[in-house]
Design a protein around this ligand. Sequence first.
Ligand SMILES: Nc1ncnc2c1ncn2[C@@H]1O[C@H](COP(=O)(O)OP(=O)(O)OP(=O)(O)O)[C@@H](O)[C@H]1O
Ligand SMILES: [Mg+2]
Length: 496
Amino acid sequence: MKFIGRIADGSTETTARLILLKDFERSVSSEELVVIKNGGDERPINQILGVLREGLGKNEFLSHTAYRPDVAYMRHGGEPSGAREVYSFVIKPIGVITENGIELNKIIIQPRSPVYLQEEEDKPLEKIVKGNEVLWMDAHLENHKMWKVPVLKNFIPYHVGIYGSTGSGKSWFTRYVLVPLYINAGYKVLILDWSGTDYVPYLQDSNEVEIMKITEIALDEEAILSYFQDKTYDFSRNDNVKDGFDEFIEGWTEKVKAIANLPSISKDPAEVLYVQLKEYVEKSINNITRKDWQSSALRAARRVFRRLKPRDLAPVMGTISIEELLKKFENKKVLVVDMGGTIAEAKLGFFLSLAKQLYSIMESGNDVNIALVIDEAPQYAPWEPRGIQSETSEMIKNLAALGRKRMLNLTLIAQGIKGEIGINASVRRNLNSHFFGRIHPLDAGGEGGALEWLSPYGINADQMLQLKPGKFYFSGAMNPSPVPLLVTYEPPGEEI
Ligand SMILES: Nc1ncnc2c1ncn2[C@@H]1O[C@H](COP(=O)(O)OP(=O)(O)OP(=O)(O)O)[C@@H](O)[C@H]1O
Ligand SMILES: [Mg+2]
């Protein structure tokens, strides 16, 4: 601990300014942790741990709005005096250090109280975790490699959001920091790799990891119907055509398996299935007795099959059931679903099937012990859900609500927080821990923007817009510190 300054005039119980001793402005930076001996070194009332934010340099000789002798002198090439220079930081109190960890400070912070900079061996983060069940992330406080960041284990199933503009390091942070954290906490990790490029190439060599391709997985029948609905402009808005599809889809996976088992099949299985589907729908239309209904259904069916191609069936012709998928997971710690190579509707269809399975396990009263990582979350639960997205958004919300009691963690990753690049508000409300990386300017201000979360703690837009990749402000339920902290990590192999 190093004595670096004293509390200035105007402090309250929740905020105070630190005036730095001479020359400490050169070495003390924002985000450092300090201890205030409130009331003096001799008999402090309490000791408050806090974080430095909002640095300020003042020299009243150099006021830029008034003409003063020093300004005149400077304008003619002289060096102005630094005698009345004051450097200060806001201290945001994390809390009072007690035997049992950290507590809310309710005593006014006294002006003149001495302030001490926390140094490596002081291990300030250990002071805030006393009395709590914590795990340590393989990430550290900015500038302090030794200070690993603690996480409150019980709040892991209260869900996590990771936000940052493209290239801010969200997927890497998840892979290197959060996945190991979840495993440590006793969860298995199920990662949905939207494009198959963010996780699959990095994890495929590990024997703790199982990788599955989405096109091998059987979708549930409702999901298949939604898929066709999206592919065919809602069956050209004809209920008879829809019924034909619906009836054919009953027993879909068995039909797919039967085709795969046909002896000496020379044709593409998708083509065989396509012909069966088309014939079935046409036959069902031919059975319509009212002529006018029949002919409008025929027209609709022609439009539908002009639009739908045999290759559109391939993504929904997987045969591995979700149960079998989850079984493969039993002996592994991580399961990555490679969702590359198919269209968004099929991916969302798969997600619905998976989510329903997880939901039903939880609904029947079982814990799942799974952390479900949903990268590119706005694809599933966007600001304004369309089509199948309304179902996936609703599903995520339901999983979140039930998951809290059933050891399911949802980790949602998005480029933004609100609006068009963000996650649907009803889903976002269920995320209780957050990692904010470099943000898009559009995301800074306004209701629900990053700054609404962070500015009460002295973090401003300039800082958020300029964060380097891999640096995140960690806030919310999982963080034992009530004040967000800037955390980072070094990717393996990148240490200098
Ligand atoms: N901790 C780190 N230190 C240094 N560089 C990093 C760190 N984390 C990530 N990076 C760099 O940032 C790049 C982008 O990371 P990543 O793919 O995780 O971004 P992203 O936020 O997921 O982007 P997108 O929104 O486009 O998916 C990486 O290729 C890597 O070079
Ligand atoms: Mg990414």
